[in-house]
Design a protein around this ligand. Sequence first.
Ligand code: GLC
Ligand code: CA
Length: 588
Amino acid sequence: MRVDIYCLLYYFFCLCYYKISGFIIFFMSLGGNVIMKEWYKELVVYQIWPRSFCDGNGDGIGDLEGVLSKLDYLQDLGINCIWFSPLYPSPNADFGYDIADYRDIHKEYGNLDLFKQVLDGAHQRGMKVIMDLVVNHTSDVHEWFIKSKDPSSPYHDYYFWRKGRLGGKLPPNNWLSCFEGKAWEKDEKSGEYYLHVFAKKQPDLNHDNPKVRQEVKDIMKFWLDMGVDGFREDVITFISKRKGLPNGIPLPIGCGIEHYMDGPNIHKYLGEYREVTDKYDCFTVGEAPMMTPDNALKYVDEKKKELDMMFHFQHIEADAFLIDFLQTKFKLKEMKKAFTNWQNKLNGRAWNTLYIENHDHPRIISRYGSEKYRVESGKMLANMYMLQQGTPFVYQGQELGMLNTRLDSIDDYVDCFVKNNYEVAINKLHMNKKKAFEFAVKSTRDNSRTPVQWDDSKNAGFTTGTPWFPVNKNYKQINAKAEMADPNSIYNHYKKLIKFKKENEVAKWGDYKEYYKNSDKLYVYSRSYNGKSMLVINSFSPERVPFEAPKGFDLDKGTPILCNYENNFVQQNGFKLRPYEARVYLFD
Ligand code: GLC
Ligand code: CA
């Protein structure tokens, strides 16, 4: 009897609790969308691509010693989270994105003890650390893959091994790899083919096999137990393949992708991985090629989060035709449309990532800005993306205004993606070599993978040895030492901007509204929060552009901050913005 009364009381208490919290959420939502203020939404993340960050032992390759020596630099810049591109043992067919052992550190970079020192050093400085989790595929020298070649091994089903068509003469289906020709490679001994959606040396893992999923969960636990604060999950929306691996629409690029992008079990598998991360105070950000905001909500909606955030590509392809290789003129309207769409659709429902550079894209000033107006356009681009709603990511060297590089011949480049596209352009699209080379120079991922330029000494202070990849020739002018010494540098602008982004409530939580949508020179938007607002004005033109403040904004009453020119005079009914001018006004 007593038990029943307690049960009743408990039931009554729960009912009240749910009713009250339900009402609170309902009333809050009347005043606009409710944003949950999780800690990862207030971070500014810095991406380290370890091979080119800083070499600590003089062998020409960046390493964890080098990272240790730069933790103070990162703290001083104001960032509060580091994302490490893969540090694991790897034969480097795709520079670390082909992992040979998920529980160790590549000898070239150091070892687990050194990694723990870096982790502690970062934590002591108030910085979180996230790891790259690359589980769509392993390296072909991973022991699972080596064992899987034997059809009778329990590891056989860790990958997609299939018999070929026409008695083994043709691959099992017509899929193409994103990096290298066909998506299948034959093992001469067993006569079977294995699937590789990326390079040949990156065989795809079979997540339909519960044992593989258990391995993934164990790997996640391994790093989380060590103290890391989350993961960036590589091409995570590709991990579920359609049953039977049917032929794809026969396209010359990306054939088969409709059978593994957002595959049939993707939400089930991500839900399982989420159960692991939910047990820790951590966050996840998934990489999702070809993602739209509507589709993204199926992964990142606050109500049912499989991932905390997502990297999409829509804003970063405004200078390409179909694929990154085919570079075209930069189309501002296309970029604006993508940013605005994501800002509007995710507002109050999910949280955006904000980025304009990473290890997969050429340098942003060379693409969307102007090398001639490097300082102006570098600062403008920084304001443009970082003042939107979301967690900003800064890629190594971006804060220094580093630019694209140019090498003499295709053989000097090392990016497997661009080498393959170069061949396809010549052999399939019948492009002449000179033209194909120009496309390669502009689009190669090697542009953002040159060693970080620390000072104007030999090898830009990156290494005392011979750098593994040529330092950009412009390092005497563009380097961290010079940037830090100049109060008007891009670096010092980033420093101010990062501080502002972390401290200002409007910049963090405000609603977003775009103006002058049809302009192909200006990108203007406002943010507003709790009666305060901010107007962000960005010119993408090398010419002077007439400007009038949008209705409702009296610039005279605003406080100008983060501008990239001196003398920010205002004439309400019109004045001209200078080349790549950036202005931000705060209103109380
Ligand atoms: C992701 C990585 C890229 C890599 C690819 C295959 O897109 O960012 O660098 O080549 O996945 O792992
Ligand atoms: Ca080294």
